[in-house]
Design a protein around this ligand. Sequence first.
Ligand SMILES: [Zn+2]
Length: 490
Amino acid sequence: MAEELALYRRWRPKRFSEVVGQDLVVATLKRAVAQGQLHHAYLFAGQRGIGKTTLARLLARAANCLAPEDGEPCNRCPNCTRILSGQSLDVVEIDGASHRGIDQVRQLREEVAFLPAGARYKVYIIDEVHMLTPEAFNALLKTLEEPPPHVLFLFATTEPHKVPPTVLSRCQAFWLQPIPEDLIAAKITEIAQAEGFALAPGAAEVLAQRSGGSLRDALVLLEQLGRTGPLTPERIEAYLGLPSRAQVDRFLDALVAKNADEALATVEELARRGQDLALFAEELLGRARDRAVAGEQEFLSLLGGLLALRTELPRSFSRRLRLELFVLEHCGLPKTPRRARAETASPASLPEAPKEDLSPAITAEPRAAISEEPGDNESNRGEAREVWEEVLRAAWEARADLGVFLAPAQWAYTDGILRVTLPPGFRYHYESLQEKEVRQALEEVARRFFDPLLAVEVGYAGNEGGGRLSLEEAARLLAEKLEGEIISLS
Ligand SMILES: [Zn+2]
């Protein structure tokens, strides 16, 4: 970790003018230094990595500098150089999060009475000040109530609401904002050039987006990835375990084009790679918003649905199923329902059915024995596919989830029995088709297409668990029985 921060340390601003994205705070501090009107205590609040301790250290130097230039520390005088090298006895840094911090605050009470050793101000920088114990706060408060004129307190905190109001009220507080992405990207580009890191187009922007306004996080990423190869948007996203921008865009474009096949294929791909679908939903919403704002009107209509999806997905029992349902709600049924199956189940590639074979709906003339099995002849298979498409469409209309559960299935109809088989990896779909209401709906739909229909058999081609329910499945069934809901599974 220390090594990964090397870049951040090397590029830590030495002058206020080098601080990125905190112009207002910087202007106020420089003015106070230049006019010799410093408060006794300052508090810098805000998220990590946006420059709180950097500002505190700059102010410690500027306040003690023998030749400040327009409020900036000169970094050359004895006071500046001593503080820069960490050798000044007059600048004490205390980590509020450590036990040592508490001792130091106690010690501080005795020390503050003494004049600085060589500088103008005795400066106490207390990082994560909200972590101080109540005793330490009390000790601090006593000195804050009647601060000697030669003492300067500089506090930093990520959680200002945990700082006692009695302390807050004695500070000039600055609420630092996350650093804007474009400023982070520009700084990243500048540093990468100076350090000789290969930065592909768009990489600085992706780093900036992913750093959440923290320049430190962006620089740590730059260093970690820059050492091992050229920085590309894809490498950064893969490193962070995020779906790629290309995947997100492909999915959104598919939604807009009402192309269920393409969207479901992306879901399949994400699930196969074990990617976090809740994170994907988060990315979808952010990206759709960006594209809508950028003037792509068609994305506006997606925002409401994506917002609901992002809220619901983390709580959904099967995130994949919820995402698939979302696709179907937006796009309707896929045109090629066999696709999901072909990818996960039998690798035997089946020839595409010739388009001219496609006849109108087969409902009027049910077949005695048809299936998608490879053993059948070519025209039979084309016809079979048409039948199944009709079945899926009817299933979707009867019950949206029935359509989802059936979409990846293989099927065969012989001797009056419809056999529906879920390929490996679709155990949840299989289990769901066993449920009474779903099962009834399936039989009702099947009866409209297959005559005679003596039975519908639902099978599962996977063998994991040997038929025993997984913890998830058992919990789900139990929750349903009790009409309850699953709070957590661990
Ligand atoms: Zn100086």
